[in-house]
Design a protein around this ligand. Structure first.
Ligand code: FES
Length: 131
């Protein structure tokens, strides 16, 4: 897939890496429950996140919403989890779910690294086309 230049990606790479560090407070976690993601375990991930939140993390994130969502269009990389309506986590398992609640910053930083490899998806997210 050819790289398409946009004004966003003419910024230094540090700009991309810096984004998650401004969004370390979790507000919303959406777990795709469409067929492909469910076949890869997204139902278990949603249950795990919900249980962990109820048992251990309610005080840390009093306003966090965890919910199911429909296909986000990144099915091959599922299970897909969307964070704060802006970042996509790919291939999420129960361990990543725990890490996300324990310390979102490095997990979200990892995501940005992945997204940087797939600039078209990243650009679509920034343009709001995937949400
Ligand atoms: S089925 Fe989950 S992103 Fe498409």
């Amino acid at each position: 897939m050819p790289f398409r230049h946009s004004s966003l990606f003419q910024q230094p790479v540090d700009f991309l890496i810096a984004i998650p560090y401004t969004r370390t407070m979790l507000r919303k976690i959406s777990v795709c429950q469409n067929t492909t993601c469910q076949n890869k375990g997204s139902k278990a991930v949603l249950h795990r996140l919900t249980a962990l939140y109820a048992e251990e993390f309610k005080e840390k994130y009093p306003d966090l919403r965890i919910e199911a969502c429909d296909c986000i269009g990144d099915c091959e990389q599922g299970p897909i989890v969307k964070v704060n309506d802006s970042l996509l986590l790919r291939g999420v398992d129960n361990q990543t779910a725990l890490q996300l609640l324990q310390d979102p910053q490095p997990v979200m930083g990892q995501v940005m690294h992945v997204l940087e490899q797939d600039r078209e998806t990243f650009e679509r997210i920034i343009r709001g086309e995937l949400f």
